[in-house]
Design a protein around this ligand. Structure first.
Ligand code: ATP
Length: 494
């Protein structure tokens, strides 16, 4: 499937529009139209329902080491600036970028995307390959959006839009334990907007500047953290196939050992073969990271760095005091049955709602042929969504206007509407946007069930981050923690 066809369908049928389109649009920002908002909401509802509300804490889930509890949070987008200093984002949430000084270009590129970017000069080549290209030296660019809180407008009032939802969960860990009496092992889920000032937003909604994340921070005893990591990695992979992504286009990519930070037992990305990528390439849908005790310790003690022995310690400023002081609050956990006190380890399945929506749209797009009203074969687009995420669940078509059929159709419509909420009623009209199968040009209402099973044998590891860092001439061993590593490998925030 060519991506242009999907992009055009999304606009025609009201799935996605460019933000502020009447003013020429704003790069990296997208609006969901009437069908898109239903689709994305269904995906988020399915995630919340499957991960949180319908979770059964009395039964050991398949593949889990024990029973566990799940709960939720909804935190603010703007948080105390110290949160980002202690988490490492203030210093390290950077990409390397280069500018082109050539007249007629003035392009800006992410260093690790240069090979796959296009230079605006004609004939179009990769940046640096055109005769006129004049690239600057790579330099760091922090991706957090800055804003000002309050009326004074000084640098002291600077705050940031969150680049991930995870930190809201860590800083509320104690509040959740004290207010709900959840016992370890348990997970806290949150979904909501995140913002990253991406250097080159592209590939439709895949890389946006404003997007939604669906994240879980799962707190467990250090002794069982590896088993929980494996459980979440496999559970999350299964979730996508259960909702209709084909296992042929999905893969689980375990990070290589040299991509991991020393405290981590593993990090894996769930990746999808998006149609805008070249054959054999995959784009990240979700990362599952074993983060050890890094996050809770950072918010207790202050920003952590690795010392010569490879152990985490508080980073000191030139005055010999902690560079960024932690909260000083005790975020340890005491097991009330064994009386053991420990800093829980964290497993973090971190998914993007927009990337998931895009993957489900790509997967659903199908073309087939059906006779039109005159019996002539015409190509039509059929969007084959899993029933749980389909934007419209049922449609009622009173095809004839006699023998009480419109009245019967109205009754059926009302009954269905009560049960399903999202039902479409058409007064004997064929044609777009929704039409009875085989009648109109477009049918957006076909559901499909696929026997999708997660096939571990189909998933080949691909050292994407290692390749990117090698291209930049950087190592990615423990002692060489670099900004991009912080970003791509979420367990390397230190
Ligand atoms: P990438 O390497 O593609 O930039 P990342 O490793 O930085 O992604 P994480 O920080 O692990 O991503 O974020 C978790 C999830 O949030 C990603 O798997 C993705 O689904 C989503 N996400 C991250 N950045 C963006 C973005 N710019 N636009 C849309 N979704 C995003």
């Amino acid at each position: 499937m060519e991506m242009e066809k999907l992009v055009s369908l999304c606009k025609r049928r009201g799935f996605l529009f460019q933000s502020s389109e009447i003013y020429g649009g704003l790069n990296g920002f997208w609006d969901y139209g009437p069908l898109g908002v239903e689709l994305k909401r269904n995906i988020k509802d399915a995630w919340w329902q499957d991960m949180v509300t319908s979770h059964d804490e009395l039964t050991v889930a398949e593949g889990a080491p024990s029973t566990h509890e799940m709960t939720g949070l909804d935190c603010t987008i703007i948080m105390h600036p110290q949160v980002w200093k202690c988490s490492g984002h203030f210093d390290l949430f950077c990409d390397m970028m280069v500018d082109c000084r050539a007249e007629g270009c003035k392009g800006r590129f992410r260093v690790d995307h240069v090979a796959t970017s296009q230079c605006p000069l004609k004939p179009s080549k990769s940046p640096g390959e055109h005769g006129k290209c004049d690239l600057t030296e790579p330099r760091e660019f922090n991706l957090m959006f800055k804003t000002i809180v309050g009326a004074m407008g000084t640098e002291e009032d600077a705050a940031f839009l969150r680049p991930e939802t995870a930190q809201g969960i860590f800083v509320n860990f104690k509040n959740v334990v004290d207010s709900t009496r959840v016992r370890i092992p348990f997970g806290i889920a949150q979904m909501g907007k995140s913002f990253r000032n991406e250097i080159t937003p592209r590939n439709f909604t895949f890389r946006s500047r404003e997007f939604e994340q669906m994240e879980i921070e799962f707190f467990c005893h250090p002794d069982t953290s590896r088993e929980w990591y494996e459980y979440w990695r496999d559970r999350r992979m299964k979730w996508y196939t259960e909702l209709g992504l084909s296992s042929e286009r999905l893969r689980l990519r375990e990070h290589d050992a040299d991509e991991l930070s020393h405290y981590s037992c593993g990090t894996a990305d769930i990746e999808y073969a998006f149609p805008f990528l070249t054959e054999g390439e995959y784009g990240e849908l979700e990362g599952i990271a074993h983060r050890g005790d890094f996050d809770l310790r950072s918010h207790m003690e202050g920003k952590l760095v690795k010392n010569a022995e490879g152990c985490l310690e508080v980073e000191m400023g030139p005055d010999g005091k902690p560079k960024y002081k932690g909260s000083g609050r005790d975020l340890n956990y005491r097991d009330d049955q064994t009386n053991e006190r420990f800093t829980p380890h964290v497993i973090e399945p971190s998914a993007g709602a927009d990337r998931a929506t895009l993957a489900f749209l790509c997967e659903a797009y199908t073309e087939d042929e059906a006779p039109d009203d005159k019996g002539k074969l015409k190509t039509r687009v059929v969007m084959k969504f899993h029933p749980r995420i389909a934007p419209i669940k049922a449609a009622v078509f009173p095809l004839v206007k006699k023998d009480g059929m419109p009245e019967i159709a109205r009754d059926i419509y009302r009954a269905l509407k009560k049960a399903l909420h999202r039902v479409l009623r058409r007064k004997g009209r064929g044609g777009p946007p929704l039409s009875p199968p085989g009648r109109g040009r477009h049918t957006l209402l076909r559901h499909r069930r696929r026997p999708n099973a997660y096939r571990p044998d189909r998933h080949h590891p691909r050292p994407r981050l290692a390749q990117a860092m090698a291209r930049e001439g950087r190592g990615c061993g423990r002692g060489n923690l670099q900004p991009r590593q912080l970003r791509s490998s979420r367990d390397s925030r230190s």
